[in-house]
Write a protein that binds this ligand. Structure first.
Ligand code: GDD
Ligand code: MG
Length: 333
């Protein structure tokens, strides 16, 4: 089976981490997110993927120059400007020309979804498009979906107002499509699959959805990115962390955190619920709590970071206290 993975978003909510790299190339315990996404597909019978991209395409091509991601062959469709989620699907389909049922995925979702079961259901009900659903506590930041008892979608509402949420089942970002579904997507302008295509398909009665409660996480915000790292660290995923050498002083206290390759943690430093990427230097007696440090960040002695996202190459002065702040990259590329 063929799968198109959408990786063309700007990763706005993860800035400054995504200023030099698309979010799907950010590491989860040392493994770029795209490898986890494609690896899961390969485990479920996907033989080839097409990356629908636009923002920083070189990052993928440089990281995977031999045409394989997670041992799966890939090709790319590069939009000259962002076409939105549906526009990107149409653009990629025109390039890849799938002749049979295929998959589309949001490239920033980590899940253990049973993809084969979703495809089986799609054929059983003879849908044109089938969406995987996931129950969540707060659906307001997702696409919310209601169905009848056979799974036919009655309503698809993208990011509804809090308090007006008709269901706790949300669009989990994995779709099964018939090639014919793509013909209805208008050409030549950005189109959102969530705001245009799915509501239209729902009205025509050919959009179906199947709920399943499995491991599922959209990694698009700093909190979720930390969570994705901690879930792998804590053995909630089948993959094992890839974390090569970091130099950690034995008097430091590191709890529920991931420290990247080549990073150094000084005497008495405290790190909790944080992700520190490669080559960072965490000074003596500093504290890093609920924060993300991009590569090559230096934290001065006795500094304190709480709920912060720090861009590549930044220097935090000794003794500086930062709470819920972001700092841009020091030398943007
Ligand atoms: N190629 C391309 N072009 N990809 C895009 C574009 C574009 O113009 N815009 C967004 N993407 C990619 C992003 O890189 C991401 O992988 C995926 O499409 C979804 O975009 P997000 O920006 O992450 O959307 P979201 O998290 O706010 O909401 C989406 O995902 C939720 C589940 O995680 C929606 O599909 C919701 O309905 C859904 O519930
Ligand atoms: Mg997302």
């Amino acid at each position: 089976m063929f799968a198109i993975v959408l990786v063309g978003g700007f990763g706005t909510r993860l800035r400054p981490l995504t200023e030099h790299v698309p979010k799907q190339m950010l590491p989860i315990c040392g493994i770029p997110m795209i490898e986890l996404v494609v690896g899961h597909l390969a485990d479920h019978g996907v033989e080839k993927v097409g990356l629908a991209m636009g923002y920083r395409p070189d990052a993928f091509l440089e990281a995977y120059p031999n045409g394989y991601i997670a041992e799966t062959p890939y090709e790319v469709a590069v939009e000259s400007e962002p076409l939105g989620t549906a526009g990107a699907i149409r653009f990629a389909v025109e390039q890849f020309q799938p002749k049979e049922t295929f998959l589309v995925l949001n490239g920033d979702v980590l899940t253990d979804l049973d993809v084969r079961a979703l495809v089986e259901f799609h054929h059983e009900v003879q849908a044109e498009v089938t969406i995987a659903l996931q129950p969540v506590d707060d659906p307001s930041s997702f696409g919310v979906v209601t169905t009848d008892t056979r799974g036919r979608v009655e309503a698809f509402i993208e990011k509804p107002e809090k308090g007006s949420v008709p269901s706790h089942n949300i669009n989990a970002g994995t779709y099964v499509l018939e090639p014919s579904a793509v013909e209805q997507i208008p050409q030549g302008r950005p189109v959102s699959v969530e705001r245009e295509t799915f509501p239209e398909l729902a009205a025509s009665g050919t959009l179906y959805a199947l709920p399943s409660a499995t491991y599922w996480l959209d990694t698009g915000t700093p909190q979720q990115f930390i969570q994705a790292n901690l879930d792998m660290l804590n053995g909630k995923r089948k993959q094992v962390p890839h974390l090569p050498e970091a130099v950690i002083d034995p008097t430091s206290l590191i709890t529920q955190s991931v420290i990247g390759s080549g990073s150094e943690v000084g005497v008495g430093a405290i790190i909790d619920k944080s992700v520190v990427l490669d080559r960072c230097q965490i000074g003596a007696n500093s504290e890093v709590l609920g924060s993300i440090l991009s590569e090559d960040v230096r934290v001065g002695q006795g500094a304190r970071l709480d709920g912060c996202v720090i861009g590549q190459g930044q220097h935090i002065e000794p003794g500086e206290i930062l709470i819920n702040q972001t700092r841009p990259e020091l030398n943007p590329t």
